[in-house]
Design a protein around this ligand. Sequence first.
Ligand SMILES: C[S@@+](CC[C@H](N)C(=O)[O-])C[C@H]1O[C@@H](n2cnc3c(N)ncnc32)[C@H](O)[C@@H]1O
Length: 71
Amino acid sequence: MSNYKFLAKDYEALNPKEVIFKQDNFFKDIIDRYSIKTCLDCSCGTGWHLSMLDELGLKCYGSDLSPEMLQ
Ligand SMILES: C[S@@+](CC[C@H](N)C(=O)[O-])C[C@H]1O[C@@H](n2cnc3c(N)ncnc32)[C@H](O)[C@@H]1O
């Protein structure tokens, strides 16, 4: 059983959108350097990285073991 089943409720407060989106310049450099068009986040959790990458223009896909995190 994943610990994220129990962490999911508080995960958002610990890793809010505002913190994740501050990483956008780091990812933009990589996207531009390698002409990346799509991404798959195989542990997307609450999905804020996918949301940020979507805003940067990538076609995004995600999956996660924890239904609680996805919800
Ligand atoms: C740090 S969190 C997610 C971070 C995510 N990129 C974000 O933007 O919030 C790590 C995630 O890995 C998932 N995970 C752990 N083991 C996994 C596995 N074997 N397969 C898929 N997901 C897994 C957890 O459920 C959890 O949601």
